[in-house]
Ligand binder design. Structure first.
Ligand code: NAP
Ligand code: F7E
Length: 350
């Protein structure tokens, strides 16, 4: 490993999932830190590069085609690039959709991770290359009031979580079996204006913005009671980098230590878009109405409930605070929601 002064280096990083929310923030961060960054992207009939378009002119940023389900492509990438660090962010990351495409989710998220580790080994990089694995709070399957930490047992409640459990375990196994530097980041939900439009936070900020501009009638949601420990993606990618700069490979929970319900997220987002919501009714009959006009802004659709949902997630980031210098809630919940709404209020008019 080429290790120069802390924070500045000529290290070469490979990011799988570079076109995703986290991949784009991480690529920015690593470029700022002097890395040569290779983003793996997959072929698509439409341009998929909105989140990384602004990096395309950077002479230290490059893209290569590959796919997590194509082991040969990963072997070729590792052998050609010989990266110092690999950040495995590529995944079918939508929990709800994983119930519709369970086998594909397993191929990408579980087997894909195995292929990637084998590609690093096949290139003879097992002693030099550090690997970050994008693990998830979904592994826990929920928390009944008690903050979840690295030692909490897993109880996956979706095909996505089950696939990620395999990936987590194979990373630990390769660390123990082959002495590889592989760290699992057990990240709780993190959001931004680059979040996919199907995730609940972005769905809400986009809808609130469209409704404010008269472009949408109302917002349909599922489980309003679900509670999440929501942070800002831009803060969380810094932890990924810190994990690979840590002297030893390990597993870390990254969370804010606070949680809010989907209903609370909704109220705040509509407030920032200029509307105050009053909630009335319960269960499938619950509605969010505009306090001023009485107009229904939000309602509940039973088909948006998942076959099994994770009701509550709350993380305990103490270990990351102590060992990685992580600052929870660098960006507060209120700042995060405001940032997303401010972005979407302009974005929906484009
Ligand atoms: P995201 O926005 O959905 O991005 C996923 C990335 O993976 C995209 O670049 C996507 O490419 C790529 N991808 C999907 N299937 C692929 C395949 N078969 N081969 C190659 N690339 C593939 O996800 P994110 O929010 O940035 O999350 C990054 C990682 O962290 C994921 O592994 C996710 O499961 C995990 N995670 C996320 C959170 C969170 O709250 N965001 C929390 C914990 C863990 P396309 O652009 O071509 O679709
Ligand atoms: O759902 C409820 C839904 O899809 C959050 C991924 O990044 O974080 C993410 O997974 C909650 C759930 O994220 C709607 O039932 C209600 O309880 O935004 P989400 P997620 O499932 O927590 C984890 C950590 C990951 O690892 C994943 O990759 O909100 N909810 N109504 C809804 N959710 C959606 N999507 N749409 C609704 O209409």
């Amino acid at each position: 490993m080429k290790d120069t002064e802390p924070g500045k280096s000529e290290r070469r990083a490979l990011i799988t999932g570079a076109t995703g929310q986290d991949g784009s923030f991480l690529a920015e961060l690593l470029l700022e830190k002097g890395y040569e960054v290779w983003g793996m992207v997959r072929r698509s009939s439409v341009g998929r590069y909105e989140r990384i378009e602004h990096l395309m002119g950077n002479s230290r940023f490059h893209i290569r085609y590959g796919d997590m389900t194509d082991a040969v492509s990963l072997v070729r990438l590792a052998a050609d690039l010989r990266p110092d660090e690999v950040y495995n962010l590529a995944a079918q990351s939508d929990v709800g959709i994983s119930f519709e495409v369970p086998a594909y989710t397993a191929q990408t998220d579980a087997l894909g991770t195995l292929y990637l580790l084998e590609a690093v080994r096949a290139a003879g990089l097992e002693k030099s290359c550090r690997v970050y694995q994008a693990s998830t709070s979904e592994l826990f399957g929920g928390s009944a009031g008690i903050p979840l930490g690295e030692d909490t047992p897993f109880h996956p409640r979706s095909p996505y979580a089950a696939a990620k459990q395999y990936a987590f375990s194979i990373c630990r196994n390769y660390r123990e079996a082959y002495g590889m530097f592989i760290s699992n980041g057990i990240l709780f939900n993190h959001e931004s204006e680059r979040r996919g439009e199907n995730f609940v936070t972005r769905k809400i900020t986009l809808a609130a913005s469209r409704i404010a501009h008269g472009l949408q009638d109302r917002l349909h949601l599922g489980n309003l009671d679900a509670r999440r420990d929501w942070g800002f993606a831009g803060d969380y990618v810094e932890c990924m980098w810190r994990m690979l700069r840590h002297p030893r490979p390990d597993d870390f929970v990254i969370a804010t230590g606070r949680q809010h319900s989907v209903r609370e997220f909704c109220s705040l987002a509509f407030r920032y878009a200029g509307m105050e919501i009053a909630w009335r009714g319960a269960g499938p009959d619950e509605q969010g109405v505009d306090k001023k006009t009485g107009r229904v802004l939000v309602d509940v659709l039973p088909e948006l409930f998942r076959p099994a949902d994770v009701e509550s997630l709350l993380g305990n980031p103490e270990k990351a605070v102590a060992l990685l210098g992580w600052t929870p809630e660098k960006t507060s919940f209120e700042k995060l929601v405001r940032r997303m709404v401010e972005f979407d209020m302009k974005y929906v008019l484009k």
